[in-house]
Design a protein around this ligand. Structure first.
Ligand code: ADP
Length: 572
């Protein structure tokens, strides 16, 4: 009898409004019915995934094995004939990318707090034999305690021979890709990750990329030379660290291990980065529900299996749910863990805080797990990818030739296929169509974002009811958020008209729904290169017009420049 899988999801979760969307996924806020735990439910239509389906599988496999305080947690996967639902740890703070944009750039102190968390996540991921291969601020989400969670393991690799094994598939986003990757050479995944971390560190400290150009050939040339300019505000220590990470020769680069207690990383702290997982790794709770009778079954790896009418829910690792459930059943259970340290303790301490709770890990313990995925192609290094996994996760046969098709900014090519490289270059430059700015425009636009948003309260309300966003009499009234650009104007219709008049000259197609403009750019060949929303709304304090912006698809930095350009040209 065919199972109604949507109701399978609804059996465990209430599903609320859309909180984000990507190239192929829609992400909704959900709530675990039993425990009230908020979750993010990533919904993917299989027909839209096409050849990218193996990426989802790769990501799910990796996330099942990873459990770390700075890796977003995957709680639950439900697959239907047409859809894949990934139930994730909910991160209400949005992407680190938007946070940087809102602040222009971060101070060295704030950068250090985030960077220590990134180093912690990567040291752990590498220790588990994985390379991430797509590190960028869009793939780091901010949780409710302002801590980072790494997402998007769709391009990760776990070489059979260990991390020292050379990889051949070129993955990730061009601006963050290591020279050896874009040259199509074989490379060590962890070394390539350190390069990307260097680019990421630069983006945090500077608010722009070290290697950037609208022309992909020029961009690639800059990366392979490894030349970038250090802005005057960087401290000598930051300049040195960036230089040590962005070494063209991979063997001369710092390793993640060296980063753990690097003098720059240690400044103001009394201990190296804590990279061990503070979450139980192997705790899985098994519950079998048979005709109203509930058993709790535990062994060395306590695992949760909800069994109802032959429906087995695997991969259900909602640990806090498990804890609350145990509580509600009046049972006392100590999780069995193979974690190296007792759960929920961090040794992160800043100097002067010895004996106190660490500043960056003061949050209450909140064990979780995660996933994500990026769209590109076959991932040959992921030897776990098979046509069907143990959970009956059906996959199409991997496609060997790598085409130029890519989602967001991901690139991927097999070095043995020479034809793919120029195609990728072209694809990248096509992505730039309709959003080319000269450097003067960029500078002007950069100031607009910075000056308008500086000083805004960072009240983050991701729960914008999308249903209410349709046609309306007036603009929505919202609180200031960091993805809202504040204007000095008070007439929403005037602002809307100003934007509407500018979009055509920037080659932006749009559909208007009330005060929301669903925008997109296309290449000369009709490929959608960018999708984003601009919504004119009224701020509550101060009572001025704001423009909420949300990127749905396309390169984050190109999007940033384009939106800055639209807003500055609109004289807002
Ligand atoms: P895609 O893989 O299709 O690009 P993403 O995973 O990037 O989709 O999700 C799209 C958006 O949904 C993200 O930019 C983010 O705003 C939101 N999102 C994704 N995962 C979460 C999460 N765990 N918590 C909160 N928001 C999320």
């Amino acid at each position: 009898m065919p199972v109604d899988y949507t109701s399978e999801l609804l059996k465990y979760y209430e599903v609320y409004e859309t909180i984000g969307s990507g190239g192929f996924a829609k992400v909704k806020l959900g709530r675990h019915i039993l425990t009230g735990e908020k979750v993010a439910i990533k919904i993917m239509e299989k027909k839209d995934l096409g050849d990218d389906l193996p990426r989802v599988k790769t990501e799910i496999e990796a996330m099942k094995n990873l459990s770390h305080q700075h890796v977003c947690r995957l709680y639950h996967v439900i697959e239907t004939n047409s859809k894949i639902y990934m139930v994730l740890e909910y991160c209400p703070g949005g992407e680190l990318f938007d946070y940087i944009v809102a602040k222009d750039r971060l101070s060295e102190e704030e950068t250090r707090v985030f960077f220590r968390q990134i180093v912690s996540a990567l040291a752990y991921v590498h220790s588990q034999g994985y390379a991430h291969r797509d590190l960028k601020p869009e793939n780091l989400l901010i949780d409710e305690d302002h801590n980072l969670k790494l997402i998007d393991f769709g391009l990760c690799a776990k070489p059979k021979g260990g991390l020292g094994y050379e990889l051949m598939t070129c993955c990730g986003s061009p601006a963050y890709a290591a020279p050896e990757l874009i040259q199509g050479k074989s490379y060590i995944g962890s070394e390539a990750d350190v390069w990307s971390m260097g680019v990421l560190l630069f983006a945090l400290l500077c608010g722009y990329l070290p290697f950037d150009d609208d022309n992909c050939m020029v961009l690639y040339r800059k990366i392979t030379k490894g030349h970038y300019d250090n802005p005057r505000w960087l401290s000598p220590g930051s300049v040195l660290l960036l230089n040590q990470m962005m070494q063209v020769e991979p063997k001369r680069r710092l390793t993640v291990r060296q980063l753990l207690d690097h003098p720059w990383v240690m400044k103001g702290y009394s201990s190296p980065v804590e990279w061990h997982s503070t979450r139980p790794v192997t705790v899985t709770l098994c519950i079998r529900v048979i005709t109203g009778c509930t058993f709790i079954h535990f062994n060395i790896n306590v695992s949760l299996i909800v069994n109802e009418q032959n429906t087995t829910v695997n991969n259900y690792r909602l640990i806090s749910a498990y804890q609350k459930l145990i509580f509600s059943l009046q049972l006392h259970l100590i999780p069995v863990s193979t974690a190296q340290k007792p759960p929920y303790q961090s040794s992160e301490k800043r100097q002067g805080e010895v004996g106190q709770s660490p500043v960056i890990d003061q949050r209450k313990p909140r064990p979780r797990n995660t996933e994500k995925r990026e769209r590109t192609r076959e991932n040959k290094e992921n030897l776990t990818v098979s046509s069907r996994d143990g959970n009956g996760f059906a996959l199409p046969a991997p496609v060997t030739p790598v085409s130029s098709r890519k989602g967001r900014t991901g690139i991927c090519h097999n070095a043995t296929q020479a034809f793919t490289f120029p195609m990728l270059l072209r694809s990248r430059s096509l992505d730039m169509a309709g959003c080319q700015l000269d450097s003067g425009q960029k500078r002007k636009a950069g100031k607009v974002f910075g000056s308008l948003e500086r000083g805004l309260d960072k009240v983050i309300t991701m729960l914008t009811p999308s249903k209410k966003r349709g046609l309306r009499d007036g603009p929505r009234r919202i609180k200031a958020q960091y993805n809202v650009t504040l204007t000095s104007q008070t007439n929403a219709d005037q602002v809307l008209n100003q934007i509407l008049s500018v979009l055509p000259e920037k080659n932006v197609d749009f559909v208007q729904k009330g005060y929301t403009l669903k925008c997109r750019t296309q290449s000369d060949f009709g490929k959608v290169t960018m999708q984003f929303e601009l919504e004119v709304c009224m701020l509550q304090k101060p009572e001025v017009v704001g423009i909420r912006r949300q990127r749905l698809k396309g390169d984050a930095w190109v999007y940033k420049h384009l939106v800055e350009d639209i807003l500055s040209t609109s004289s807002i």
